[in-house]
Write a protein that binds this ligand. Structure first.
Ligand code: ADP
Ligand code: MG
Length: 344
């Protein structure tokens, strides 16, 4: 049997990709500008909205240029140390550091340098390493997937801020759930993050999805478009719908049921569990209301405009609710209304 072109796992580079060209270009062009207008971007969005895939696309793109060095760091570890270790483990860079007489022997990174005092502070070490990269026209991109306000992350961000202030060529691309990124931005010592540009994950293009389905699933134009609309442009659903329809060979009831269950088990359960009680109450009012009009939803929720608005705004920022049509609210995630009905 031929291999299913769609994937059910949260892979970094799915076989079928609906391009996010303008977002990739925005980050790449901003980082590559001389001088760069920004050295950090924050990617936020709900689980399954394609943050990791986008981050990977940008990294891969920059990695194809000689002058860029790309390092991914784990926000649960000592990030400064991991970064220094990673850089000095690359042969071509280790040579630069050695010729700049950067003595890292105290860190156990194994760089032999004679005739200079060993550096004992990791921030000093990174400062020297970046200065050496800069003098060779190189730039460093650090990526962090699923960032949260962990002690390691705060320590790293604070050091990053100082390196940027010294005009060193270090760039940061982070992904995270809206709440986690917001908490990090709210840290008093990390004000630069507050001003950092945020890329909120938008739905994928429905027309492009329809074209993809027509090509891979053998659906006619109308069916492909109907299926594409059912995904609401939610990337995880694009893969899941594609996968099960490909599997069953047609756009039938059974395939749709399998999709529902898969979305529930691998995305919605987690998304739902991370909502506050108030968010859940508003979500269930959206699911139950006779129309998507805010007035109808508020009536079901029994909330005044002032009570309702903060919840709506938060659900929109989290990527759960679509508030783009004035006076209306609906779910941004396909079949989520049914999930909410079943769980509230
Ligand atoms: N641009 C895209 N085109 C097609 N599929 C995508 C795209 N972005 C993400 N996906 C798919 O959606 C799912 C979730 O993507 P991922 O980047 O892991 O989301 P997140 O990191 O926001 O939770 C994965 O199965 C991935 O293959
Ligand atoms: Mg991810």
């Amino acid at each position: 049997m031929e291999r299913n072109p769609y994937t059910l796992v949260f892979g970094r580079e799915p076989l079928q990709v609906i391009p996010r060209a303008s977002m990739v270009t925005q980050v790449v062009e901003t980082f590559c500008a001389e001088p760069p207008s920004q050295q950090v971007f924050l990617i936020t969005g709900v689980r399954g909205s394609g943050k990791t895939v986008l981050m990977t696309e940008v990294s891969k793109h920059l990695d194809t240029y000689d002058e860029w060095v790309v390092v991914e760091l784990n926000p649960e570890r000592d990030m400064l140390r991991s970064l220094a270790a990673n850089l000095s483990s690359r042969n071509s860079l280790a040579k630069l550091f050695q010729s700049a007489k950067i003595n890292l022997s105290l860190f156990g990174f194994g760089l032999e340098v004679t005739g200079s005092v060993p550096i004992s502070d990791i921030e000093v070490a990174l400062d020297r390493m970046l200065a050496s990269l800069r003098s060779h026209g190189k730039k460093l991109l650090v990526t962090v997937d699923e960032a949260a306000s962990t002690p390691a992350m705060r320590e790293f961000a604070s050091a990053f801020q100082i390196l940027v202030r010294k005009d060193l060529p270090i760039f940061l691309l982070m992904t995270g759930l809206f709440d986690n990124i917001r908490k990090l931005q709210d840290e008093k010592t990390l004000t630069f993050l507050y001003r950092a540009p945020r890329l909120d994950m938008r739905p994928l293009n429905i027309g492009t999805i329809a074209g993809n389905y027509r090509k891979n699933l053998g659906l006619d134009g109308d069916e492909a478009l109907r299926l594409a609309k059912m995904t609401k442009g939610y990337p995880f659903a694009f893969q899941v719908f594609g996968y099960f329809v490909w599997q069953s060979g047609s756009l039938g009831e059974r395939a749709i049921d399998e999709c529902k269950q898969y979305l529930d088990d691998y995305a919605y359960e987690k998304i739902w569990s991370e909502l506050s009680e108030g968010d859940k109450a508003v979500a269930s009012a959206i699911a139950q209301a006779p129309s998507s009009r805010v007035r109808d939803v508020r009536e079901v929720a029994q909330m005044s405009t002032n009570q309702f608005n903060p919840y709506r705004d938060r659900l929109v920022k989290k990527g759960v609710v679509d508030g783009s049509t004035y006076g209306h609210v609906s779910f941004a995630l396909p079949l989520f209304d049914r999930y909410v009905m079943e769980h509230s």
